[in-house]
Design a binder for this molecule. Structure first.
Ligand SMILES: Cc1ncc(COP(=O)(O)O)c(C=O)c1O
Length: 445
């Protein structure tokens, strides 16, 4: 039986704008060809409400990717929309050289979500900018230059983000990784040490120590990692990995940076921040995407001591902490709390993962299923022994899901991992719909 989308009371407005074909023609002429599109026939979304989106033809989809892990609390959530509207009608911009209550109140609220001494915020507009700033703070605060990042990571598309990223697909052939060393990815599915090795975390961490000893002057500015690798295909590190790495890095004078751009804000279910699932407290945390539920907001949160280094020179960001984005950021945190979205991620993420295990038993193309909360992945392989990536099949599953009313994404170096991170407001009926769609999409291959 073809899966059917759970019902909704929401009626989208009739769409009367340009057709998808017209928009595609304009894009081809006036936008950079580097902007890639999903699907053989690109989709145009014109309206969204909570976990659902509508295309220009009025077809509804469950947004299983949440605008690439960005719609945390739901499309056009009424509380977020109201916060933005109120501020939009009052003062849209003032800049950081004047006081404004929104940025102060928001920073206080965000700091209240952080453990330990992570209490000082600096707001920027994107994850790439946040990571660039974190790198600057790490280097200035330690007086060291070298940084260890991980293979299979994604940290942004600007010069320093690209430098820390380790995926040939995303690295242009220009100098950008000076002083950055990439350690082995602690990948329990493809890496050297598997899920059954209780020492895997410490063993992978030893590679970071090797890089410090052999590739750096023995002293480093820091270490950066996504707490769960997103673009790399939802790679969840073995227990104990970050604990061991942090000890090696701090012993070499470095600070530890957690990139929470995808894994933060309750998405992992058990914890508010992804790094907490590894039992560590970093020195610097970068965040973006879900922080703003779709508005350009990002942040670097660190300790007062590390934060103070930015006063050595002038550091300025025109829009950072602008009154509108601050109002939105605060509203997002309020919704996560009021609607128990972290708990919902835990409950429904667990339900989906258990369902994926059953699908794995049924469809041989599924090599691995993994993730935490509502940050999940399905890695497709042509052969479970050789683990040869099933890239074309993965693209076809995305097409099949789209036909059936589900939008999901793909990741990994070879584009063979389906990844999904729906808005955290999905219901049990949505979770079951996703599983039914995957089952059908694999069966149709
Ligand atoms: C983990 C991670 N860090 C940083 C970034 C860069 O964020 P932005 O695209 O907002 O610059 C991304 C974007 O996908 C990301 O996934």
């Amino acid at each position: 039986m073809t899966p059917t989308l759970p019902p909704t009371n929401y009626q989208p407005k009739p769409y009367t704008g340009l057709s998808a074909d017209q928009v595609l023609a304009l894009l081809k002429q006036f936008l950079n060809p580097g902007i890639f599109l999903y699907y053989k026939k690109p989709i145009m979304l014109v309206e969204g409400k909570m976990q659902y989106v509508w295309d220009d033809t009025g077809k509804r989809y469950l947004d299983g990717l949440g605008g690439i892990v960005t719609i945390s609390v739901g499309h056009c959530h009424p509380h977020v929309v109201e916060a933005a509207r109120k501020q939009n009608e009052t003062l849209q911009h003032s800049t950081t050289i004047y006081l404004h209550p929104n940025v102060a109140e928001y920073a206080e609220k965000l700091a209240s979500k952080m453990p330990g001494d992570l209490k000082v915020c600096y707001f920027v507009n994107s994850g790439s900018e946040a990571n660039d700033l974190a790198l600057l703070m790490a280097r200035v605060s330690t007086g060291n230059y070298d940084v260890v990042a991980l293979r299979n990571s994604y940290h942004g598309g600007n010069a320093s983000g690209m430098g820390m990223t380790a995926h040939s697909n995303w690295k242009f052939n220009v100098p950008h990784s000076f002083g950055v060393h990439h350690a082995a990815v602690p990948d329990p599915y493809r890496g050297l040490y598997g899920r059954n090795d209780p020492e895997a975390g410490a063993k992978y961490a030893a590679d970071v120590k090797q890089l410090i000893d052999f590739a750096s002057p023995g002293q480093v500015a820091g270490f950066i990692a996504e707490s769960i690798q997103g673009v790399g295909g939802v790679v969840v590190f073995p227990d104990g990995y970050l604990k061991s790495v942090h000890a090696h890095v701090r012993a070499a004078g470095g600070v530890c940076i957690a990139d929470e751009v995808q894994s933060g804000f309750g998405r992992t279910g058990t914890h508010f921040w992804g790094f907490e699932t590894q039992g560590v407290i970093p020195d610097i945390v970068t965040m973006a995407k879900g922080i703003g539920n779709g508005c350009p907001l990002a942040a670097v949160v660190t300790t007062p001591k590390i934060a103070s280094v930015l006063s050595q020179r002038i550091h300025f960001n025109t829009f950072g902490g602008n009154p509108i984005v601050s109002a939105i950021g605060k509203a997002v945190l309020e919704v996560i709390e009021r609607e128990n979205l972290q708990e919902n991620s835990l409950k429904l993420g667990g339900r989906i993962l258990a369902g994926l295990e059953k699908l794995k038993a049924k469809h041989n193309i599924i090599g691995d299923v993994r993730g935490k909360g509502l940050m999940l992945g399905i890695e497709l392989v042509k052969d479970r022994t050789t683990k040869e990536p099933a890239k074309a099949e993965c693209a076809q599953v995305l097409e099949n899901c789209r036909e059936l009313g589900l939008l999901v994404g793909k990741g990994s170096l070879h584009g063979n991992t389906i990844r999904f991170a729906p808005p955290m407001c999905i219901t049990q009926a949505d979770a079951d719909f996703m599983l039914a769609v995957f089952d059908e999409a694999f069966a149709k291959l």
